[in-house]
Design a protein around this ligand. Structure first.
Ligand code: ADP
Ligand code: MG
Length: 699
């Protein structure tokens, strides 16, 4: 047996369990051993049942006196219910949607329960607690018991039962992944020892050490991968673009506003990068409305005036069109030919046409780009199609970069044979500085941290159910004044069984649109926008909203990030508690773009003080970066980095919060690379780093 042995070869795992494990994506011994507990229960501290007179977290040990199951009346949840007693009293426990529990739990069983106790109509009871059956005559094997992310029929207990002999058998054969000197210098546990402690902790301090080791390893690999990418990038060639400072001044001094310090600094950093002989790979971060576009336009102007072409890619058609209109206007004074390529109604604004904008066939536009007869091509992902070629592409701008996949980006940047174009990515998702520094290193990040001065503060309010009516009335007044409103609803996942889903209380876009149109705002025009609509439909809805034909736009959280609608003054977010602060802040940024005082209403039904406190941060803070830091604290980095792309990276996520460890791992990775740049002496390490590279979301 070794790491790559399929789980089917493990004793006690038949086809049925294999299937269940498959659902957890556990296919090999390695998958099994790296299926880490999501948390641990410390059973050494137990409560007597009589001491529970208030809601909270408790751990009790007792005997089951009653087992029953059923369905809740109106919601049709299935539930399993038990009562247990110890020498001091008795208490109930209920589990929802786990009917199979009644098959495992029997009257008379000794049971350890641990979890949340809350009020119910039967008084205080445990809700979905963790449980552990105590086999007669045996004491608890461990006081600290791992709890794994479970699926039906794969209990934590069973996992431990399976993992133990596997670990015993292969422990001696597990190879160390980290360089020996790193393990020594950082006094880390060896990999086998860490794995053992993770699954079978002998004490809380050794568990911590094991977790430190695993976290360190993940961070180390992450840094190695990033550092190697950076080295590779610096070896590639691209065209150096000298800065024509007069042109920049010409552009800037003719703007109707003056640049903020953040915009100036970012522009300068970008221009400096482009002067070098190797490709720029810079991320420009700035809150919604902080004015990133003009910074990109400055870079584009310089590249174009140096005789090159620029590609500007936006994630949606609506955004691409918006950019085309604005950018073409800004650059017209410089007699620059700008094309819009989205797949339909492509456009051209050119000096030959005296600056008129005309429709042009896709074929003609593509030919122009290829001949070098077009300076700037703005578009959607259509820009990465193979048929689109440039004569001398020197700069690629990616707006809302997180909306593009790694492959798409790579493809766009490799378009050129003569050299790799410089890449400027832009995002309004404020990645907290701590995280950004880790992932990008300080070299390639520009941040615009302030908003243009004259921007009005958006009035933000938390609206509990009883204040809803009042809010609706207020919105009605705004619309009567001629303003428009956005309503954002949390998304319902496709195929999700609504009745059984925790989302069932949340408003779906369709239902909400109907309700608003019929019951709340019957006099106004309400439209909706969601991810499953066709692009043409979306665009139609968006255009009508832009042209003020629609008063209210109901949409999911997934559509149209950067859209600029100056007449909209109200942003309502339903189920606000479902979103991260940074995301809420982004929604809010869609209003307050014009001269009107704007409002953001956070509708919430949550009564949890913690949730309300979190949301209240939005009332006082307007700074997306501060909010993002708060999110990082409260919710962890998963919200900022595409979780999916990182695989089972929760450990990495948690590790990223640990700043000192991040630094240590970076130093160690640097050192390893300094001694062995190609990782020739560390083949297994190299293999892991290479496989990680494909999974990385941010580069
Ligand atoms: P984002 O960073 O969200 O992409 P935009 O680039 O779309 O923001 O800019 C939002 C609005 O702010 C635009 O209408 C733009 O013209 C305007 N703007 C940009 N920079 C400034 C500035 N320094 N002062 C005032 N308005 C600005
Ligand atoms: Mg933008």
């Amino acid at each position: 047996m070794n790491f790559s042995t399929p789980v089917s070869k493990i004793p006690n795992i038949g086809p049925a369990y294999q299937k269940k494990l498959e659902r957890l994506k556990i296919r090999t011994v390695a998958d099994l051993l790296f299926h880490f507990p999501s948390r641990y229960e410390d059973f050494s501290k137990r409560d007597s049942i009589s001491s529970i007179y208030h809601k909270g977290r408790y751990t009790v040990l007792g005997k089951i006196t009653q087992v029953s199951s059923g369905k809740t009346a109106h919601r049709k949840f299935s539930f399993a219910k038990i009562t247990i007693k110890d020498s001091t009293g008795r208490i109930g426990a209920i589990w929802f949607n786990q009917p199979y529990l009644t098959k495992t739990l029997e009257k008379g069983d000794q049971l350890l329960l641990s979890g949340n106790v809350d009020y119910s109509k039967d008084g205080l009871q445990f809700i979905n607690p963790f449980y552990e059956k105590i086999i007669k005559g045996k004491t608890l094997e461990n006081k600290i018991v791992p709890v794994y992310p479970e699926t039906e029929g794969v209990s934590s207990k069973w996992l431990r039962f399976i993992i133990k002999p596997v670990l015993n058998e292969i422990e001696d054969k597990i190879q160390e992944t980290l360089p020996e000197e790193t393990v020594r210098e950082k006094t880390l546990y060896s990999l086998p020892r860490a794995l053992r402690e993770i699954h079978f902790p002998s004490s809380s301090s050794s568990l911590k050490e094991a977790q430190r080791r695993i976290s360190f390893e993940r961070l180390f690999l992450l840094h190695l991968s990033l550092l190697r990418q950076k080295i590779n990038l610096s070896r590639q060639k691209s065209v150096p673009i000298p800065t024509d400072i007069e042109k920049v001044q010409d552009l800037v001094s003719n703007l109707p506003f003056s640049l903020t310090d953040g915009q100036k600094k970012a522009s300068w950093q970008i221009l400096k990068d482009m002067e070098r002989k190797f490709p720029m790979n810079r991320l420009l971060e700035g809150d919604v409305g902080s004015g990133k576009t003009i910074v990109a336009v400055i870079a584009a102007l310089v590249a174009i005036k140096a005789g090159h072409q620029v590609a500007f890619m936006a994630p949606t058609e609506v955004l691409a069109r918006q950019h085309f209109d604005e950018v073409a206007k800004l650059l017209w004074r410089f007699k620059i030919d700008v094309g819009l390529l989205t797949g339909k109604k492509d456009k051209l604004r050119s000096k030959k046409l005296k600056g008129d904008t005309v429709e042009i066939s896709r074929k003609k536009l593509v030919e122009k780009a290829k001949r070098g007869d077009l300076d700037l091509l703005i578009g959607t992902h259509t820009l990465i199609q193979d048929s689109v070629k440039f004569k001398s592409l020197a700069l690629v701008v990616l707006d809302e970069q997180h909306r593009f996949g790694v492959k798409q980006r790579a493809k766009l940047c490799l378009k050129e044979d003569s050299g790799i174009p410089h890449l400027l990515s832009m995002t309004a998702t404020p990645i907290p500085r701590t995280l950004a520094l880790t992932v990008y290193g300080d070299l390639s990040l520009s941040v615009i941290s302030e908003m243009p001065k004259e921007r009005k503060k958006i009035i933000t309010k938390l609206i509990p159910p009883k204040k809803r009516k009042e809010a609706y009335l207020f919105i009605e007044e705004e619309i009567k004044k001629g303003r428009q409103a956005f309503f954002i609803c949390p998304r319902i996942e496709e195929g999700e069984d609504k009745a059984n889903s925790p989302w069932s209380d949340l408003k779906s876009v369709e239902e909400e649109k109907e309700r608003l149109a019929k019951e709340v705002f019957p006099d106004f025009k309400v439209e909706m926008l969601h991810g499953k609509m066709k692009a043409t439909e979306k665009e139609k809805v968006m255009n009508e909203f832009k042209r003020k034909k629609t008063n209210i736009l109901v949409s999911t959280s997934v559509v149209e990030v950067g859209i600029d609608i100056r007449n909209a003054s109200v942003m309502v977010i339903e189920g606000a508690e479902m979103f991260g602060l940074a995301q809420l802040h982004q929604f809010r940024g869609r209003v307050g773009r014009g001269e009107f005082q704007s409002y953001c209403f956070l509708f919430t039904t949550s009564t949890s003080e913690k949730t309300r406190k979190r949301l209240r941060a939005l009332l006082t803070s307007e700074n997306g970066f501060q909010l993002a830091e708060k999110d990082l604290e409260i919710r962890g980095p998963g919200d900022f980095l595409g979780k999916r792309q990182w695989g089972s990276a929760d450990f990495t996520m948690d590790a990223l919060k640990n700043r000192p460890l991040v630094e240590e791992a970076r130093e160690a990775a640097k050192k390893t690379l300094e001694e062995d740049q190609q990782l020739k002496n560390h083949p297994s390490l190299k293999k892991r780093v290479d496989s990680l590279k494909e999974k990385l979301h941010l580069e």
